[in-house]
Design a protein around this ligand. Structure first.
Ligand SMILES: [Zn+2]
Length: 337
C-alpha cells in the first residue's frame, strides 16, 4: 500500500510528470541520499489528487539530479486519484475518503491504511521536519498552515511564504504529527493553475533541501505573520451557492464571479460579499474551533446582501459551487482574532 523507491533515477529518467506518476502507480515513498547521511527531511505531496504544484516541483527536483544537503524523503500520496482522467481533476478517488483526513486512528480501509503506513515510515525515519505541499481550490497567494506557531515552524514556513495560519482544529491531517516530534507545516502554494504556485513549490523545496540547517536560530526574526484559528463559513446541508454578479434565484447565496479577488485581502464591512435569498443568513454556519456558532458575531444580512460586521480577512475563497456546498465558502479571521 506504500511503495518504496531507493533509486529515483529509474523512475524519473526522461519522463513527464504524467508518465512518472504512471510508473509510481500507487502511493510511493522515494529516498534520495544527501551529503549528510545522518539526517533526513521529508516532503509530502498529492494527498489531494487535484493539487499538482508539489508533484511538479518534486519531479523537477529529481530530474535535475541535485544532491540534497541531507537525505530527502518524498512521499507522494493519492497517485491513483491524480491519474484518474482527466489528470489532476480528482481530489480523492470517487467514493473514497479524503486521505488528508485519515492521519488518525483507526487506520482502516484503503485510505486509512495508506495514512497509517505513511505515519509509520515517517516515525521510523524520524526526519528533522516535514513539509506537506497543497494547492488551494481558488486562485490566490501562498500561505502555511500548522498546529504550532513556535519559532521552528516559523523558520520552516519562511522558506515558502510569510504567512502562517495556526489552527487548533484537528481533522486527521498529516500536519497534526507536529504534536509528536516532527515539526510539520502544510504549504498551500496558491491555486492549482496559478503560475506563482509552481514557483513557490519549486523554490521552497530547493531552499528546504539545500539549507545546512532548517531549525530556528536564536535572535532571527523570520518575518512570518501568524493568523490564529480561522473560521470556515459553510452552507448548511442541502443549500447551494452560485457565482454571478446578479443574484441567482435558484441559489441560497450568490457570490461574485470574481470572488477569488477577496482572497487574502482585508474586506471592509461596507463591502457586500454577495447576495442572500429570502432565507437570509439561516442557510449559513460559521463554527469556531471549539464548535461555537459565530455567524452572527461576524456577519449580517442587509437588504438581501451579506456583509461582515467588522473588517475580516478571507482565505481559500472558492468559486466552485460544488466545493462551496460540500466543503466551505471560505475561511476568515476577524481583525481582533
Ligand atoms: Zn489539499
Amino acid at each position: 500500500m506504500l511503495k518504496i523507491i531507493h533509486d529515483p533515477e529509474s523512475a524519473i529518467s526522461g519522463t513527464s510528470v504524467e508518465s512518472f506518476l504512471h510508473r509510481l502507480a500507487v502511493p510511493t515513498a522515494i529516498f534520495v541520499e544527501g551529503h549528510d547521511r545522518t539526517r533526513t527531511r521529508a516532503v509530502c505531496t498529492l494527498l489531494h489528487g487535484n493539487e499538482p504544484s508539489g508533484i511538479h516541483a518534486i519531479h523537477q527536483y529529481l530530474s535535475a539530479g541535485v544532491k540534497p544537503a541531507v537525505n530527502a524523503l518524498f512521499i507522494i500520496g493519492s497517485v491513483q486519484a491524480a491519474l484518474t482522467k482527466p489528470l489532476f481533476s480528482h481530489r480523492t478517488l470517487p467514493g473514497k475518503r479524503d486521505l488528508n483526513r485519515c492521519f488518525k486512528p483507526p487506520f482502516e480501509n484503503g485510505q486509512g491504511e495508506t495514512a497509517g503506513a505513511i505515519l509509520q515510515l515517517i516515525h521510523s525515519v524520524n526526519p528533522e521536519a516535514l513539509i506537506d505541499l497543497h494547492n488551494t481550490s481558488g486562485s490566490g497567494p501562498a500561505f502555511g498552515v500548522s498546529i504550532n506557531g513556535d519559532t521552528d515552524h516559523l523558520a520552516l514556513t519562511s522558506l515558502f511564504t510569510n504567512d502562517l495560519i495556526v489552527t487548533d482544529l484537528r481533522l486527521g491531517a498529516i500536519m497534526e504529527i507536529s504534536e509528536r516530534d516532527v515539526p510539520t507545516v502544510t504549504i498551500e502554494c496558491g491555486g492549482a493553475t496559478d503560475t506563482s504556485a509552481k514557483f513557490v513549490a519549486q523554490e521552497g523545496i530547493s531552499r528546504y533541501l539545500s539549507a545546512e540547517t532548517i531549525g530556528a536560530e536564536p535572535r532571527v526574526d523570520y518575518r512570518v505573520n501568524i493568523f490564529r484559528n480561522p473560521i470556515r463559513l459553510e452552507l448548511k446541508k442541502g443549500f447551494s451557492a452560485a457565482y454571478s454578479d446578479e443574484p441567482q434565484k435558484h441559489a441560497d447565496i450568490t457570490l461574485p464571479e470574481s470572488a477569488e479577488r477577496f482572497n487574502y485581502g482585508m474586506v471592509p464591512h461596507e463591502e457586500a460579499l454577495g447576495f442572500l435569498s429570502d432565507k437570509g443568513l439561516s442557510v449559513l454556519t460559521a463554527k469556531d474551533h471549539s464548535g461555537v456558532e459565530r455567524l452572527d458575531d461576524f456577519f449580517e444580512c442587509r437588504e438581501g446582501r451579506l456583509y461582515s460586521r467588522h473588517p475580516i480577512k478571507l482565505f481559500m475563497v472558492t468559486t466552485n459551487a460544488d466545493i462551496a456546498a460540500s466543503d466551505c465558502l471560505f475561511y476568515f479571521i476577524g481583525r481582533s482574532a
